[in-house]
Design a binder for this molecule. Sequence first.
Ligand code: NAD
Length: 454
Amino acid sequence: MRFLPDLANGQRDLRVAVVGFGYVGSCLGVALAERGATVHGVDSDRSLVAALRGGDRVFDEPGMSAAWARLAAAGRLTVGTELGAVSGSDVVLVTVGTPIDADGGFVADALATACGGLGRVLTRGQLVIVKSTVPPGTTRQLVRPLLESGGLVAGRDFGLAYCPERLAEGAALAQLPTLPVVVGGLDPDSGEAAAAFWTGSLGVPTVAVDGPEIAELVKLADNWWIDANVALANELAQVCGVLGIDALDVIGAANTLPKGDSRVNILRPSIGVGGSCLPKDPPMLARIARDKGVQLHTVTTARAVNDAMPQYSFELIRDELAKLGKPVGGARIAVLGLAFKNETGDLRLTPVRPLVAALVEAGAVTALYDPLADPAAVRAMFGAPLESSLEHTVAGADCVAVLAGHRAFHQLDLDWLAASVAMPCLLFDGRAYYPRATVARLRALGFAYRGIGR
Ligand code: NAD
């Protein structure tokens, strides 16, 4: 096959270079190396590369640390700063960051630098796959000319495809070997090679679409749907809150309705939507649409709803504490979970930050705990230290606020917790969705329980 060597004879492993070895690049690199590829990650951030080489738990996904150590020791996973190292690879994945500006405009600097550099080092026969999230047209109009700047021609001398990355943080390594990959080749040979790469390397099904533009828009459409769906769940939760109905009961039953090819699938409400994708990708698409004269009202509305959830959550905590005779000013709040979602240490645009800021502004005394978050990143973001232990965090608390549903917080010893806090104590459930039996047990132990829509 053009642009992908036939390795069926087993003489050597598939060699993959990953340019941009941040969160996505690292997860992909580990997943590919786990299944037999030899992976070299390239990142321009020297301190990140040094940390990764030193074995630091930079991207703490379930299973990541152990896999990384094993693969690095076996020589299957290496990392460096030199782009020239991609020359020996069969496949080059591009996973650099693609942020937006304050007006939703795509900031192409990292992608342009990476692809301009790749143009100087690409060799004949290589397959380049862009994974970063980009506006439709970027692979053809920006990436292609930069890659061709060294004289090679896409579709003739090297393959080029766009395949969006759709992994969910917190479950990335489990998801990557199963998640279907959408493949938009610049030309049929590139598309065929990219599809064969994903099937051969990760064993995943692929979904071929007619060109990179469709694949680019698929990613934005997926995240638009998720953000709008969560916004609906968050508003439903607010109605449930005033009606005294458990939102999870409603969602569970509502989701049994067949609709179209699938069924209604309302996601779960929460304290807000953060991370590096959902707050960025829909506004990026809205800006592209606006520039072409189309207003995406659902993007704006969903963002506004989700952005308001930290303040809504603050008001719930404040009002529930008041019912316990404990004004929020001066209350001790044990914050369990700082990351933007469950089972990740990623703090990017975490809704916990504005919620904690509102609590502090109101005079509450917060203690911050997250077993997955990096202490230095926590201090930089929250201006306060990460507590070293759960025991220390909850001691004497008037409110235990579970704001990321990490596994550790599902396994709390409730008797111990009740003995550690200052009763009466509010258990604020921002993301754990404790089952009915746990809620009943908490109440029996003297806690007041309040969740989003519960
Ligand atoms: P990240 O910031 O963690 O990683 C990007 C990395 O690219 C950084 O380490 C940066 O130093 C490196 N980089 C920037 N310019 C470079 C260059 N010229 N050469 C080499 N390295 C360079 O970002 P991320 O979360 O990994 O996201 C990467 C892309 O994947 C983005 O487009 C994002 O929207 C998309 N994405 C992210 C997720 C997610 O869950 N985080 C999921 C799907 C898609």
